[in-house]
Design a protein around this ligand. Structure first.
Ligand SMILES: [Zn+2]
Length: 632
């Protein structure tokens, strides 16, 4: 008798091969048998007839570094079938830290990832200094999923160089570089899955300063990358604008060439085509280099509860902005309020004066004016702002844009937005594309899925609490791309599943999961594919001290199984917490290294890449990665 048997499901096993109908037996933590039919009974059985059975999602781009202290369920990711989460991304995290200097890391996390500082202050039980001590503290806890951590450049640089110097444009000394590199090796030896860094000007602390390491020299970057290599395993994660391409590419190329450790990145500006061709070529040559792609456009959520809406600089709204939502909504319901608001103009001057007078302000008037202008550009980009709808549409058409609705109805864009945001007691949200969306199609995602090296990433689970809600991405990756897409070609289910299971697991050397195969960890989702959807995001106030965050529920997850235990049934947590801290690379009897592309496929692809590289060299078009970045 087996511990658990899942019967008659359509198994999409994570390897990328065509789905097949079969049974899965689970004993203890592992899958013990996958077969057309398993005669032995299970102590517990799940009838999966008509349902999809997939590996649990491995989400490698999350920011639950603080939330792990107060939420063993790591919501909302656990509502969306995630059974392994990697955090410590984008160069932020909470170790190493000198006692008494925790505030610096909190404000960094708050600035970069929009996680309320007050919640982090209240929720994190400090008690570590080094990265290994941090891992030991986490290891004592129980979770619904497995967690892996990277050591971030921000905490590392501030620990070694001190707060005063780590964010300035001073180069680290040779001894500081050596020390940082040693600490990277030490963290990986203790079980960190790698090292992360942020090289984008989009990531700033709450005072507007770049994250430590953003402007670090190529010598420093090279030393840190080879700190990973010295440990003999681990993956380097980079979020980068590639602003100075030669500096960035020089050390990255050297690392890829000389090291067998991993590299994964999210590119936020610069020549993405060049880097993608580079990574595809080297992945095919046997390197673990994996560009991450979000399955939907990163979108800002404008609403009366979120951190941003187009009325924030309007006097009538400013008067009530501080009120609790219910009170604010009561006032806004009055038709006279709407007339008054829509007849006003934004009052930038008093906003700027107010900001200048704030005691913690360290910016000049010009800098604040620039911020205000950026904000105003963000909120008035009506052609790429949309009614989000229920369920949300993440690939909306031009006619769904605020600009188009406004001209069809003959009312102002602001009125369209006001009316929409007032729906459902003032909780509806507007979806504002943050990455370019001029042709109203996500064809770049479709192309990214066609790459061998690409992996699903960028969900930012646990982060951007007041403005972005993308932790649900693993769910939309399936429902949108394999089922609902109308704007272009759909993507085969087996490919999508692989991109967020086996491929993401391999990116971090987690060879014991991501595939339904006997011997692998029993991390499994049973899904009613017809019903698989995400809800309209909603604001809840469940962070420590009542801090707010946007979350999305899911429908269609019949069961999520983690290490052989059912952790969620029909969308409800069962209370089981079998998740562990992952320490380093994981292997199991059936799988121990990166999957390889067949010789024929590899040869054809390498020839095509060479041609594409030559074409791109001479015909390079301008590329813009976010709506606030400049073309390059
Ligand atoms: Zn991130």
């Amino acid at each position: 008798m087996h511990d658990l048997v899942i019967r008659n499901g359509l198994i999409v096993d994570g390897s990328g091969k065509k789905p097949f109908i079969g049974d899965i037996a689970i004993d203890n933590e592992n899958i013990s048998l996958v077969s057309n039919s398993i005669p032995d009974k299970g102590k517990e059985e799940i009838d999966a007839e008509g349902k999809l059975v997939t590996p649990g999602w491995v989400d490698i781009h999350t920011h639950y570094d603080g939330q792990v202290c107060w939420d063993p369920y790591l919501t909302p990711s656990s509502w969306h079938g995630v059974t392994t989460a990697v955090m410590g991304n984008c160069g932020v995290g909470f170790a190493p830290v000198r006692p008494g200097e925790e505030n610096f890391l909190i404000q960094l996390m708050e600035g970069v990832e929009d996680i309320p500082g007050s919640a982090l202050h209240e929720g994190i039980e400090w008690g570590w200094e080094s990265f290994p001590e941090f891992l030991d503290a986490i290891d004592k806890k129980e979770f619904v999923m497995d967690l892996g951590f990277m050591i971030g450049h921000g905490p590392l640089r501030s620990y070694v160089m001190g707060h005063d110097r780590c964010q300035n444009q001073v180069d680290a000394s040779d001894s500081e570089i050596n020390k940082m590199s040693e600490l990277v090796t030490e963290a990986i030896n203790a079980g960190a899955l790698g090292f992360s860094t942020s090289r984008t000007i989009l990531h700033r602390d709450i005072y507007g300063k770049y994250v430590p390491g953003t402007e670090a020299s190529s010598e420093e970057m090279r030393a840190l990358a080879f700190g990973v290599d010295k440990a003999g395993e681990g993956t380097l994660e980079i979020t980068s604008d590639w602003l100075d391409e030669e500096i960035e590419m020089s050390w990255m190329k050297e690392y890829v060439k000389k090291s067998n450790c991993g590299l994964t990145f999210l590119q936020t500006n610069g020549d993405a085509v060049k880097t993608i061709l580079f990574s595809e070529e080297h992945y095919l040559r046997g390197k673990n280099i994996r560009p991450q792609f979000p399955g939907r456009n990163v979108g800002l959520m404008f609403g009366f509860e979120s951190s941003l809406n187009p009325f924030m600089q309007y006097p009538a709204y400013r008067e009530i902005a501080h009120l609790p939502h219910d009170q604010k909504y009561e006032i806004m319901k009055d038709p006279d309020f709407k007339i008054k608001l829509l007849n006003q103009k934004p009052d930038l001057k008093s906003e700027i004066d107010k900001r200048l007078a704030e005691p913690d302000n360290n910016k000049t008037r010009e800098e604040i004016e620039k911020d205000a202008e950026l904000l105003s550009n963000l909120t008035t980009n009506y052609k790429t702002q949309f009614i989000l709808g229920t369920p949300p549409n993440y690939e909306p058409k031009e006619e769904d844009s605020i600009a188009a609705i406004s001209s069809n109805k003959g009312i102002s864009e602001l009125e369209v937005m006001f009316d929409e945001m007032m729906k459902n007691n003032g909780t509806n949200l507007i979806y504002a594309a943050f990455t370019p969306y001029d042709d109203y199609k996500l064809n770049f995602v479709e192309r990214a899925y066609g790459l061998k090296s690409s992996v699903a990433g960028g969900s930012d689970g646990g982060a951007h609490c007041g403005l972005i809600c993308d932790a649900s991405m693993p769910t939309t990756n399936l429902s949108h791309w394999a089922r609902d897409r109308e704007a272009g070609k759909k993507v085969p289910l087996e490919k999508l599943v692989r991109k967020q299971t086996k491929d993401t697991a391999e990116t971090f050397g987690l060879f014991d999961r991501g595939e339904i195969k006997s011997g692998m960890l029993a991390d499994i989702n049973v899904i009613d594919f017809k019903k698989l959807n995400v809800s309209h995001p909603k604001m809840i106030h469940d962070l420590p001290l009542g801090g707010k965050r946007l979350v999305q529920d899911a429908t269609g997850y019949i069961a999520t199984i983690k290490r052989g235990q059912i952790v969620s049934k029909n969308g409800k947590a069962t209370g089981s917490l079998p998740g562990n801290l992952i320490r380093g690379k994981q292997t199991c009897e059936v799988k121990s290294e990166i999957s390889r592309v067949s010789l024929f496929d590899r040869t054809v692809r390498l020839v095509l890449i060479k041609l594409a590289q030559m074409y791109w060299k001479f015909n390079k078009k301008s590329v813009k990665s976010t709506i606030v970045s400049s073309s390059s």
